[in-house]
Every structure is written in structure tokens, then in C-alpha cells.
Design a protein around this ligand. Structure first.
Ligand SMILES: [Fe+2]
Length: 616
């Protein structure tokens, strides 16, 4: 009988489940993909069902069920924060307490009750033992254990879990030892989130937009941030001046003093972006990168380790990651693709396996254990055909020997593909299993995809997927980046210099000026968020790129997640078909079944679908 461990994260942001069997990652998925509610924080019933089904086991077969953090310590942190600031903050204290007293403190009981209904187990004694990990240890474990390194320094940076907001670890074999931590309320994640809030985006999801907006701005406010908000030490550790923030006591991120410092109230969500927002984004991005670089350098000095692993929400800052790769002292860098709290489910399970069970860890020093992060559900051609026939949707089933050449030709003709194949990605990025794909050379592709397909703000470029062996031909980097977590400059030889007239443009007008021979994937500062494509982990996507390269000479396509704005990435053929019909995607590729938009009947009574999703 195998040793099955189920890890779960829930009740905060982006719930997820992960099944580990004899240390092998069998399945991992976020609840939002099943419920179609973005960042669904509820107990991940659907993700758990999926993991058990994928493993071919029942709940009763689990040796352990492990939750990714310790609610009691979190509660102590909340309580101590309120006491320290009392009587300020009584409003948010009263708002938070009922949930804490009713649910979170009694979490073990709550979890057991959730599990009782779930798989036919009727009595508590029939349930697997319920364990609790620690928040940052779960992040650190998700970064180190699946990494390709035998030993590594580990840096975790997020908003906050229990007390830690930044933590440093040393991983060696199956051991992961804590070194030091920075505690709440001093948090680089919350500082970034404060600017996310202030520039009118949603905290915990809009951070990506701030990073995308930064290249349009000037670092005008960097001095003010250092002088007033953050006391950054040479070793990268820091303290925040809490006079400027409201997250300890209020229901907002920033205080009136913060507004005064930057000359006005926060931008209203969905209102016009101004140069001030862009300058603020650029400024906080520069400060964050400096913190990340200093912390990485100190950790290198302190441990002498050759390799660095990253996790926690701040590790999704791929511009900062790219700088650590290029400027930092480490030889190897590996970032957990599910770096946010969803990945905590995986880290918690791995901690039980290696620490509690004491199982050794093996790695060949080259490949990681994430299997490309393709750890979610997949669908057979037969299931897809059954669905399409039910829908009465015309389609063609095309064999592999013809499929890729045909699709390469469609891409070359300017068509946009909804690309659905293999197991769904675990983590926030689409990596060629649930992706929308287009021709990166096409100067119109960026605005077409932004406005007609994603229905989103047009200031963000798309990410390039590039054949691994062509990466240095396009970008100033030559390492694996399978999880799209590194930003690199587009190579000099591919750039297009701007004319004097174009140089006088500013802000978003710059986006329409082609910057390279792959303009749809090049940001205004000539950077790109690179995904390298590998035959071993995603042969079908690799074949598509190879066919496109054979036809056009170009080894790059643009890749964006298969969803419309505010919608979670598609999970099933049905989700994919619906998204395809609601957007301007030309061709839907569901494994070997190819569906042309021109041949479909429009969806009936679907006019209000954009109301379905909460704004992000
Ligand atoms: Fe976290």
C-alpha cells in the first residue's frame, strides 16, 4: 500500500489540493478552476475529489491530511496586532472576529466536518489524521523539495501568513532548516499590495498589473518610498513605517498620510490610468527589486550555497526574479511555479513526507519534480468528441501527422488558437496546456488579443513561448524558464529602434510602437516574460512550435491564459468551448478535435455573461 498524503490550502485566497503518493506528485489543482470563481477560497471539495480520482484512491486510503498553515498562530498574530493598536482598529477587529471565532479557531473540527460528507465516510474515526503545517515552511518546502538542486538556499516572501512575511531557509537533502525571518507588520508583499491598492487594482491579484504598468513610468517616487515608507538595510532586511499603512487596524491598505505623501486619494478602480499611476508602479517595482536583490546577496554570503529557490507571492514578480538571475550571485535559480498560497498545499504535503515520515529526497541535479506543472485534469479525444456531438458543434478530428502543420499555417495567417491539451497547469500561469496562442510577429496581435479576446486593459503585452534551443536567439538569457517566471531583455539584434517622433510618445501610446520582430511579446522597455518549451514535458506544444518554426523560421509564439478577463483559466472542454464562443478566438483545438468559429452556431441567450465574473 502506497503512502498517500493530501495537502490542502484554503480559507484565505486561492484554495488548492495536492496528492502525494510515495513522495511523487500525483495531482494538484486550484479550486477556482472547478467552481469557476476566481481565487475561490472555500474548502476545495472539487480539487480534493479530483486528486483522489486521479490517484485512484478513496479518502480512507490517505495516511495523512495536512493543512498548509496554523490557524492558532495566525489568530495570535491578529489578536496581538489589535491589542498593540487598540483602540484603533476596533471596526476591522469586530468585522474579523465572528469568522475567526466560529470557523478558523476550530479549524480541525471544521476540516473534519468538511471531510465527513466528502467521500462516504460517516464517522470521525474513519478519517485520516489531520495535521497542520506552518505557512512559510509550506512555501519553503514547495520551493526546495521539488527543485532540481541537492542543496540550496531558500527565500520566501509574501504578504503574511502567521507571523513571518519573509523567511530564509537552507535545504540539504531532505532537510530544510530555518535561518531567520522578518515578521508582520513589516512585509515586502504588503508594501507592494499597498501600491496595488493605491493605483486602483485589486490586492492579491492586481500585483501583476502593477508590474506590467511599471515600464511606462519613471522612478520618481523611489526617494519618497525610502525616506518615508521603508527603512531598507544594506543586508535587505527592512522595517515599514506603519503611520502610512492601514492594514493593521483598518479595512484599507493605505492611510491618509500615504495619500498626502503621493498627492491624493487612491485611483478609483476602472478609472483612467494616469502618468502618476505609472510612476508609482515603476517606483515600487524598483524598490521591490532592490529588496529582492539585497536579500538574495545576503543569503548567498550567509550560506555559501550555489543555488537559490524562491516561493511566496513575491516570487511571482518575474522582473525581480530575472534580475536575481542576471545580477545575483547564485549559479542556479528555481522558482516554484505555484508560488502563492495554492502551492502551500504541495509544500505542506512534501513537509510531511520528508520531515515527519523522514523519507529521503533524490534528484538528478538537472530536472525538477513538478512535471512541467501539468498536474491537473486531462481529457481523452473520445470524451471531447462526445461533448462536441452533444453540443452539436461541428468539428474535425485531425491526426497528429497533419495537425501541427495545419495549425502552424493558421497561425501564420493571423488566426488565434484556443489551445487545450494534456493536463491543466497548477499555478497562476498557462503554460501551453490551457493557452490562447497567436503569432508573435504580427504587430496587430497584441491589441487584438487584449481587446477582442481577453477584454482587458491594453497596457500589458503577452508572454512569448519559445523553443528551449532558440531562447538565446531571441532573449538575453540561456537557461530553462518553463514556468514563465523570468523576465529577460529581448536580444539587441531583434530590437527596432524608435524614431524621434515615437520617442516623444508616452504612457500607453507607446504600446502600439513595434519594439522588435516579435512585437506582440515585447514590452515597451524591450523586456519579455519568457516561457521555454521543452519536448520532454509538453511534446504537443513543442510540436506546434516546431511546425511553426519550420514554416516561418520563427521559434516563438505568444501565449496567454485560456480565459476572458476575470474568469479562471478553463479546466474542461465545456469551459474551453464556452470561452471560445464568447471571444474572438478563431479556432479551438481540443486535443485532436479542431473547431472553427465560422462553422459554429452563436450561443443563445448569453448576452449577460460578463456579469458572471467578479472584476479582478
Ligand atoms: Fe503565503
Amino acid at each position: 500500500m502506497k503512502n498517500h498524503i493530501l495537502g490542502v490550502s484554503a480559507y484565505y485566497h486561492d484554495s488548492a489540493a495536492c496528492l502525494l503518493s510515495d513522495g511523487h506528485i500525483v495531482a494538484a489543482a486550484q479550486e477556482e478552476r472547478f467552481t469557476r470563481k476566481k481565487f475561490d477560497a472555500r474548502f476545495p471539495v472539487n480539487a480534493i475529489h479530483y486528486c483522489l480520482e486521479e490517484g485512484g484512491i478513496a479518502l480512507a486510503d490517505l495516511k495523512y491530511f495536512v493543512f498548509y498553515d496554523k490557524p492558532l498562530i495566525k489568530f495570535e498574530r491578529l489578536l496581538e496586532t489589535y491589542v498593540a493598536f487598540a483602540p484603533k482598529g476596533i471596526k476591522s477587529f469586530l468585522a474579523a472576529m465572528p469568522v475567526w471565532l466560529k470557523e478558523k479557531l476550530l479549524l480541525k473540527k471544521v476540516l473534519q466536518e468538511e471531510l465527513l460528507g466528502l467521500d462516504g465516510i460517516k464517522v470521525r474515526s474513519g478519517l485520516p489524521p489531520v495535521l497542520f503545517g506552518e505557512h512559510h515552511e509550506s512555501h519553503a518546502a514547495s520551493a526546495f523539495y521539488p527543485s532540481p538542486f541537492k542543496s540550496a538556499a531558500v527565500l520566501c516572501m509574501d504578504g503574511v501568513g502567521e507571523w513571518a512575511t519573509t523567511s530564509a531557509w537552507l535545504g540539504e537533502g531532505n532537510d530544510l532548516a530555518p535561518l531567520w525571518e522578518i515578521q508582520f507588520p513589516h512585509s515586502i508583499g504588503l508594501l507592494y499590495s499597498a501600491f496595488t491598492y493605491y493605483t486602483g487594482f485589486r490586492v492579491n491579484s492586481g500585483e501583476y498589473k502593477v508590474m506590467g504598468l511599471a515600464p511606462y513610468g519613471k522612478p520618481k517616487h523611489v526617494r519618497a518610498i525610502y525616506d518615508h515608507l521603508i527603512d531598507l538595510k544594506p543586508d535587505g532586511t527592512f522595517r515599514l513605517n506603519m503611520d502610512y499603512f492601514n492594514y493593521c487596524t483598518g479595512l484599507t491598505m493605505t492611510s491618509g498620510k500615504f495619500d498626502d505623501l503621493f498627492g491624493g486619494p487612491p485611483r478609483k478602480p476602472e478609472s483612467k490610468l494616469t502618468q502618476r499611476d505609472m510612476d508609482l508602479a515603476r517606483s515600487i517595482q524598483e524598490v521591490t527589486e532592490e529588496v529582492m536583490l539585497r536579500l538574495a546577496r545576503s543569503l548567498h554570503r550567509e550560506t555559501g550555497a550555489e543555488n537559490l529557490c524562491l516561493a511566496g507571492g513575491v516570487a511571482l514578480n518575474c522582473v525581480g526574479n530575472g534580475r536575481i538571475l542576471r545580477e545575483g550571485p547564485f549559479k542556479g535559480l528555481w522558482i516554484q511555479p505555484s508560488a502563492g498560497d495554492a502551492g502551500g498545499a504541495l509544500g505542506a504535503a512534501l513537509t510531511v513526507w520528508h520531515k515527519l515520515e523522514g523519507k529521503p529526497r533524490t534528484t538528478d541535479g538537472a530536472s525538477d519534480a513538478m512535471q512541467g506543472s501539468y498536474l491537473g485534469p486531462s481529457f481523452l479525444n473520445e470524451e471531447i468528441e462526445k461533448f462536441l456531438r452533444q453540443k452539436e458543434a461541428p468539428y474535425q478530428r485531425i491526426n497528429d501527422d497533419v495537425l501541427y502543420d495545419k495549425l502552424a499555417q493558421e497561425l501564420d495567417d493571423g488566426k488565434v488558437l484556443g489551445w487545450f491539451q494534456g493536463r491543466m497547469e497548477f499555478g497562476p500561469r498557462a503554460l501551453g496546456a490551457r493557452s490562447i496562442v497567436g503569432d508573435a510577429r504580427n504587430p496587430k496581435m497584441q491589441s487584438v488579443m487584449n481587446l477582442k479576446i481577453k477584454y482587458r486593459e491594453s497596457f500589458r503585452p503577452f508572454a512569448p513561448s519559445v523553443l528551449r534551443d532558440r531562447v538565446s536567439d531571441y532573449f538575453e538569457m540561456d537557461v530553462d524558464s518553463p514556468y514563465m517566471l523570468l523576465v529577460a531583455p529581448v536580444s539587441e539584434k531583434r530590437r527596432i529602434k524608435m524614431t524621434a517622433d515615437q520617442e516623444s510618445l508616452w504612457g500607453i501610446d507607446l504600446l502600439n510602437v513595434p519594439r522588435s520582430d516579435i512585437p506582440a511579446a515585447t514590452h515597451v522597455d524591450y523586456s519579455a516574460r519568457v516561457q521555454t518549451v521543452h519536448r520532454e514535458t509538453n511534446p504537443k506544444y513543442y510540436n506546434l512550435l516546431k511546425a511553426f518554426e519550420a514554416r516561418t523560421g520563427c521559434g516563438v509564439v505568444v501565449n496567454t491564459s485560456f480565459n476572458v478577463r476575470n474568469e479562471p483559466i478553463v479546466c474542461t472542454p465545456e469551459d474551453a468551448y464556452r470561452c471560445f464562443m464568447r471571444s474572438a478566438i478563431d479556432i479551438l483545438v481540443l486535443e485532436n478535435c479542431v473547431v472553427y468559429k465560422a462553422e459554429q452556431k452563436p450561443l443563445s441567450e448569453d448576452a449577460d455573461w460578463q456579469q458572471e465574473y467578479e472584476m479582478d
